[in-house]
Unconditional design. Structure first.
Ligand code: DI6
Ligand code: FE
Length: 408
């Protein structure tokens, strides 16, 4: 008598729940799904009956590895145009900061994003999102930040929400109005921060368009005081915060973010000891973005050893954006995190699952494989989980399950 909707049998499961085994592995195991959630998980030998009697549909995994659905917890994948011309300029010697100061950089994407209709933005973003999904990603975060006016910021967030409604993937949205200074406010950053705090955040909150608020706290972004003002406005609307911090210099943005109980601080190449300790205290996730490090040819490495010894959980994400990280592959980022940052393959997978979920505040829902969580998982034809971090490019899952339903 079947009482579960479906069951996946004969799997090696990387539960990512910690404990004794690397990857929280359970070999020769099964997962039962009911109502979109994991109803049972354990060794085949402990199943309370024959699979056919226990569930309506039985999927035989034939010894494949099962991981949590992957999570890309930091992207800017909704934007107009691209920045291939600037890429070519940088290859000829111009720096990212020089291009930004000359009015290019983020601002050129802002112009292109303002020009695109909601429908065009959706179509372009959908293509990029499907590339992430093809690697077994079941949750993605998407930031605004290429509108820099109320109307376009909201347009971007509506597109992000719509992607989550139309496609079989969970989308968490982040308002990043404080990403750059728009031309209209070229010499008036106080005025722009006023607009962000008094108009944009209330409007975005009123329509429920954002799940968090982020700030680019940087020499070419916003100061500590400006960041504080944005975080205060977020707090007024009960929105959790995140920060792009310590990417190109050390302003202390991470410590400030921790004061506000930030979900995550992201980039972190220039993070100092005090910043690491602040993160350890508040349980803020360190989101490392090797794609941006690589694409900007950074040389300053994030303090991985210090983060590790202070037990700060590390997440890995694509930072998918047109300027500093045109990366459309979370698995490639796991490889880069290993090669460039000396992240272990197990840390890399945790960084794209359990810790990425915590960076989005949804660890109770997804990110590990355990009873009660949403049935988001991916099956791989690999001999061991480290293979996911080992190969570069074109690793396709055998199957991806989102909310208990087979997606592909
Ligand atoms: N840091 C980044 O790496 C991206 N945004 C940010 O704050 C870059 C965005 C861009 O160049 O378009
Ligand atoms: Fe970013």
């Amino acid at each position: 008598m079947a009482h579960w909707q479906s069951i996946w049998i004969n799997a090696n499961i990387a539960t990512m729940t910690g404990g004794g085994q690397p990857y929280g592995a359970q070999k020769a195991a099964a997962v039962a799904v009911d109502d979109g959630k994991i109803a049972w998980l354990g060794p085949m030998a402990d199943l309370p009956g024959r699979p056919d009697d226990l569930a309506k549909t039985v999927q035989d995994c034939a010894g494949h590895w099962m991981t949590p659905g992957l999570i890309d917890c930091h992207t800017h994948l909704v934007f107009g145009g691209n920045r291939v011309k600037e890429f070519e300029l940088r290859l000829k010697g111009a720096s990212y900061e020089e291009i930004s100061k000359a009015g290019g950089g983020i601002r050129s994407t802002v112009t292109a994003t303002r020009e695109e209709t909601e429908r065009m933005l959706f179509e372009h973003a959908e293509r990029r999102l499907r590339r992430l999904m093809s690697e077994g990603v079941t949750t993605v975060e998407i930031k605004s930040g290429y509108g820099l006016d109320t109307e376009t910021e909201m347009k971007m967030l509506r597109v992000a929400r719509k992607l989550g409604e139309k496609l079989p993937i969970r989308v968490k949205t982040t308002f990043l109005g404080a990403h750059a200074l728009p031309v209209e406010y070229a010499d008036n950053s106080a005025g722009y921060i006023d607009l962000v705090c008094r108009e944009m955040i209330p409007a975005v909150a009123a329509e429920g368009l954002a799940d968090a608020v982020d700030v680019f706290c940087e020499g070419i972004g916003f100061t500590i005081d400006e960041t504080r003002r944005v975080f205060d406005a977020a707090a007024t609307h009960n929105l959790p915060v995140k920060a792009h911090a310590e990417q190109l210099s050390n302003l202390g943005g991470t410590r400030l973010a921790c004061e506000y109980g930030a979900l995550s601080a992201d980039h972190l190449e220039y993070l100092d000891k005090a910043g690491v300790e602040a993160m350890a205290e508040t349980g803020t996730i360190a989101v490392l973005l090797p794609g941006a490090f690589y694409f900007l040819r950074e040389t300053q490495l994030p303090p991985v050893a210090e983060l590790r010894s202070n037990n700060v959980p590390i997440a890995i994400a694509t930072d998918l954006n047109p300027g500093s990280s045109p990366a459309q592959s979370i698995l490639t980022m796991m490889n880069m995190a290993a090669t460039l940052f000396e992240i272990t393959p197990e840390e890399a997978l945790a960084g794209a699952s359990v810790h990425a979920a915590t960076a989005l505040g949804i660890q109770a829902e997804t990110g590990t494989l355990e009873i009660g969580k949403t049935a988001d998982f991916t099956l791989w034809d690999i001999t061991e989980p480290a293979e996911l971090t080992y190969w570069i490019g074109n690793m396709e899952p055998v199957q991806t399950i989102f909310g208990g339903a087979i997606r592909s």
